[in-house]
Write a protein that binds this ligand. Structure first.
Ligand SMILES: [Zn+2]
Length: 212
């Protein structure tokens, strides 16, 4: 199920109050329009009807993709540990083990959108994080003055794109074959590692590559 509330947001520019839909949990299969907004990076967008000011409203939520059996919790950095506990408790309370389910915790809107995109494309986010790490270290070396501090995966016109966030805006296309190659190169180790980690990010990828 999905849970949403209508809340009042005050425009930071002109002070007008306006209704805004806040999703506490969003089931992408039941609410395809909201899911599409999330995939397009528009779910958190606020546009003032009075002055046209645009900003992002930030709030935590649970994203549920039933088709691909994934739950992604978006929590702020201070509540990651708490979220992990709640996540496990909920599963225990429901009493239905969901062994096939992948569960993730992310701490920013871009990462939530990224996970939604990855799973919607039926890709493995662990493989994507490994690829991101390779590109990230190359780009940081090749364009040091860009001061890249984050990288996000997205799909545009069927192409796999990495967007680097920093002082310069950079992007790179990842050939589909590269995804397939990394996936098959690491297949055995990924299988062995299992898919139970909730925090699958660049840090996860560097640990994975570092440890046998
Ligand atoms: Zn306004």
């Amino acid at each position: 199920m999905s849970m949403k509330c209508k809340e009042t947001v005050t425009c930071p520019e002109c002070g007008q109050e306006q209704d805004f839909i806040v999703w506490h949990s969003l089931n992408g299969d039941l609410n395809p329009e909201a899911k599409q907004q999330l995939l397009d990076g528009k779910l958190f967008h606020f546009e003032c009807s009075n002055c046209g000011h645009r900003s992002n409203v930030d709030y935590g939520m649970l994203y549920h993709d039933m088709t691909n059996q994934v739950m992604v919790y978006f929590a702020d950095e201070d509540s990651v540990a708490e979220t992990l506990t709640t996540m496990n408790d909920t599963e225990n309370k429901i009493g239905i083990p969901m062994p096939e389910y992948r569960k993730r915790v992310v701490t920013d809107q871009n990462a939530l959108r990224e996970k939604a995109i990855i799973f919607n494309q039926k890709l493995d986010d662990r493989v994507i994080e490994i690829i991101k790490l390779i590109y990230y270290s190359n780009a940081s070396k090749q364009v040091p003055d860009a001061n890249i501090n984050a990288v996000y995966f997205l799909v545009a016109d069927g192409k796999y794109i990495l967007q680097f966030i920093g002082e310069k805006s950079l992007s790179a296309e990842v050939p589909v074959e590269m995804y397939e190659k990394i996936k098959s190169d690491f297949a055995e180790r990924l299988e062995k590692a299992g898919d139970k980690d909730a925090l699958v990010d660049l840090h996860w990828a560097s640990e994975f590559l570092r440890c046998e």
